[in-house]
Design a protein around this ligand. Structure first.
Ligand SMILES: C[S@@+](CC[C@H](N)C(=O)[O-])C[C@H]1O[C@@H](n2cnc3c(N)ncnc32)[C@H](O)[C@@H]1O
Length: 201
């Protein structure tokens, strides 16, 4: 994410009570996770709209985490939390299951040799499967067509069930309840179609 590095980000994170520092991270059916939430535009809006749910963003880059915390504080949110870490480091640090996980505009890692870093590589699908309830759903949206197509193959090879798929989220029936992320706003303004898929395991 192109944002000037905030040298005080770590300090802000250490001092914030919105940042989860106790492990394992407690999950339940009222919790919704977003992996790679960036500045958290979508998750924060969802938290505002749905005070009975708890929203947890996982984001590895401290500068954007600090931005998200700042906005959530301004809005006085009590149901939005952040984990500042790389997802692979957290694999065994969850306790419980959720009904919804979001992958939003994940880094596409376009180089062929980097495919294992893509958040839809089977190693990560194992994590999502272990975190989702039986009825739980993984939701993915992206502007990147190659990453989207690769992810569909990865889901199929894994044996995941495709529940919904569109290459044009903003002109689909799902748009009514769609809340845009920061990247989504940027790319759709440029006329890019937004791909969207829901899968279960
Ligand atoms: C392209 S940005 C998208 C940000 C946001 N989801 C949006 O749509 O505006 C991808 C974000 O995912 C974060 N990220 C990528 N891989 C991650 C991982 N394995 N664990 C945690 N965060 C990750 C990056 O630091 C970056 O902020």
């Amino acid at each position: 994410m192109r944002l000037r590095n905030d040298p005080k980000a770590r300090e802000k994170i250490d001092n914030s009570n919105l940042v989860i520092k106790d492990f394992p991270i407690k999950l339940n059916e009222n919790v919704i996770l977003e992996i790679g939430m960036g500045k958290g535009e979508m998750l924060i809006q969802l938290a505002l709209n749905n005070p009975n749910n708890i929203y947890i963003g996982i984001e590895k880059y401290p500068t954007v985490v600090a931005k998200a915390i700042s906005l959530a504080n301004k809005l006085n949110l009590k149901n939005f939390f952040v984990v500042c870490n790389e997802l692979s480091n957290l694999e065994n640090n969850f306790d419980g299951k959720v009904k919804e996980i979001w992958l939003t505009f994940s880094d596409p890692w376009p180089k062929k040799s980097h495919y294992k870093r893509r958040l839809t590589y089977f190693k990560f699908l194992n994590i999502y499967k272990s975190l989702l309830t039986k009825e739980g759903i993984l939701k993915l949206k992206t502007d990147n067509d190659d990453f989207f197509n690769w992810s569909i193959e990865s889901f199929k090879n894994y044996g995941a069930k495709i529940i919904y798929l569109t290459n044009d989220l903003h002109n689909s029936e799902k748009n009514e309840f769609n809340i845009q992320t920061g990247y989504e706003i940027k790319w759709s303004k440029k006329g890019k179609n937004i791909n969207y898929i829901e899968v279960s395991f």
